[in-house]
Ligand binder design. Structure first.
Ligand code: CP
Ligand code: NVA
Length: 310
């Protein structure tokens, strides 16, 4: 049987995503107040090993995947790509074949999305995308969980995005098509998300609107999301920062969204750039719930990839 790779949200589809969100919520509630390393009662992944390869920095993804597999009864091995033989030129294909003999799943954070696709072609265990330049699907499972937990129904939800058109936005657009919500993107002229992903979401019935006026993007929104203006591995071009400046999520812009709108950010944040301190620290901000939910979301992703969910 083909392994259940999780390179993008469409690999799972809308039904499995719903199952993931529900399972994550149930497991989160069931272990409320427990020590963070205690194993869930059913230990569904007892004895399973997750290998993680990081070719880029990480705090949340690394710690949450480690906790997730532990809480499910398994364990993890963390590899820094540069200090492995990958760093000396061993091929992705051979690395995938070797790790498939030593681990039950492989999580990869890297730059070029083609690299993770190459690993998935050669792995005989599931490969999970822990962020590429193109997408960040694990983050978006946690984002959807956070929205649902805060009482937002996903079908028909109006999500506003301000700023750069990056990997996180791509996965939010992909999820829109799968879960039936709409995205209004406020971004400067000359910046656009991947047109293939936009077309896919539109074909699935979602409205994906791209505007150059940040006020238009946030007007009446149920949630407003943003991310750093310069993603890992990208250059700090001065003209980009200047172009992005009007897209900072400020209290003034938040007031144009619905009164109970939530503010989302995958973190790490650059407070004073893409978001003002008032919004980041304010009552509408759920960014630390989002961060915690990475653990609960990763558990569902691991369970789905290993055939124990959906
Ligand atoms: N949001 C996120 O993926 O954080 P890290 O880069 O710390 O893993
Ligand atoms: N867009 C950001 C997300 C970090 C979690 C980056 O790729 O650096």
């Amino acid at each position: 049987m083909e392994p259940r790779h999780f390179l993008d949200l469409a690999d799972a589809g809308g039904e499995a995503l719903t199952a993931m969100i529900n399972d994550a919520r149930e497991r989160k509630v069931a272990r409320r107040g427990w020590p963070k390393g205690r194993v869930d009662g059913d230990a569904p992944l007892a004895g399973r090993v997750l290998a993680m390869i990081f070719a880029k920095n990480s705090t949340r993804t690394r710690v949450s995947f480690d906790l997730a597999i532990r809480q499910l009864g398994g364990s993890s091995i963390v590899l820094d790509a540069a200090s492995t033989q990958l760093g000396r030129g061993e091929s992705l294909a051979d690395t995938a074949r070797v790790l498939s003999r030593m681990a039950d799943a492989i999580m990869v954070r890297t730059d070029d999305h083609a690299k993770i696709e190459e690993m998935a072609r050669h792995a005989t265990v599931p490969v999970i995308n822990g962020l590429t330049d193109r997408s960040h699907p694990c983050q978006v499972v946690a984002d959807l969980l956070t929205l649902v937990e805060h009482g937002k129904g996903l079908r028909g939800l109006e999500l506003a995005w301000l700023g750069d058109c990056n990997n996180v936005l791509h996965s939010l657009i992909e999820a829109a098509g799968l879960m039936g919500y709409n995205v209004r993107i406020g971004t400067p002229h000359g910046y656009l998300p991947d047109t293939g992903l936009v077309d896919q979401a539109r074909t699935a019935g979602s409205q994906i609107v791209i505007v150059a006026d940040p006020r238009e993007a946030v007007e009446g929104a149920d949630a407003v999301a943003t991310d750093t203006w310069v993603s890992m591995g990208h250059s700090h071009a001065h003209n980009k920062l200047a172009a992005m400046a009007p897209f900072q999520v400020t209290e003034h812009l938040m007031r144009l969204a619905k009164p109970n709108a939530l503010f989302l950010h995958c973190l790490p944040a650059h407070v004073g750039e893409e978001v003002s301190e008032e919004v980041f620290e304010g009552p509408q901000s759920v960014v630390f719930d989002e961060a915690e939910n990475r653990i609960h979301a990763q558990k569902s992703i691991l369970l789905w990839s290993l055939g124990a969910l959906g």
